[in-house]
Design a protein around this ligand. Structure first.
Ligand code: SAM
Length: 187
């Protein structure tokens, strides 16, 4: 089995074991990852939080794109994925075995520039999801940006309740095709 096939197989096994928290049976395509990280600057250091990195398909795309002085803090609740992410071995990345609903325990208001999320929003209980969005808004402050993908627009109106500016794009180059939300308070 090739390395890439092996990654796909281990993601699939984790997804089957934990379908309610994983929310997908395959990791994101390189095209979706590229779109999700497209707003990250490469020419200056920024503070990035990743929510739900899973096996690291988005994490790798983030690390490939960003400035050497940027920092990425990833929040992941599945211990198997946490162990896999620990092998990435990039000094800019810190992996926390902590739920996204604890963001404000780790970051001061307005201290994060980007939150990049692949959380399975539609499967997360409403009160937990709203707590994650509330805390995301706090740590991002007025100028930070929240980017999230979803396979249908189930949470579009909820995101508009939490952020003043919400735009959506779409990529067919993923199975299934996906919407990418970009959300800000101001800017
Ligand atoms: C659809 S997978 C995304 C994996 C990968 N980032 C991708 O896009 O292919 C969702 C991930 O979110 C994680 N997750 C679910 N609820 C979470 C929470 N409350 N806090 C942090 N991670 C969570 C799951 O364990 C899983 O790894």
């Amino acid at each position: 089995m090739t390395y890439r096939m092996g990654k796909k197989w281990s993601f699939f096994k984790e997804a089957v074991k934990n379908i309610r928290t994983t929310g997908a049976i395959a990791s994101s395509s390189p095209a979706l990852a590229k779109r999700l990280v497209a707003a990250l600057p490469a020419d200056r250091p920024v503070n990035i939080v990743e929510l739900g990195p899973g096996d690291g398909s988005i994490t790798h795309a983030i690390l490939e794109r960003i400035h050497p002085g940027s920092k990425v803090t990833a929040f992941e609740i599945n211990p198997s994925f946490v162990a896999e992410l620990a092998n990435i071995g990039d000094d800019r990345l810190e992996v926390l075995a902590v739920g996204a609903e604890r963001l404000t325990e780790y970051f001061a208001p307005g201290s994060v520039d980007f939150v990049i999320s692949s959380l399975p929003l539609s499967m997360i209980p409403q009160e937990v999801k709203e707590e994650i969005l509330r805390q995301t808004r706090i740590v991002l402050g007025a100028t930070g940006q929240f980017r999230q993908y979803q396979y249908a627009l189930q949470d579009y109106s909820l995101l508009k309740d939490y952020f003043h500016r919400v735009s959506v794009s779409y990529t067919l180059a993923n199975l299934p095709p996906a919407f990418v939300y970009s959300c800000m308070m101001g800017g």
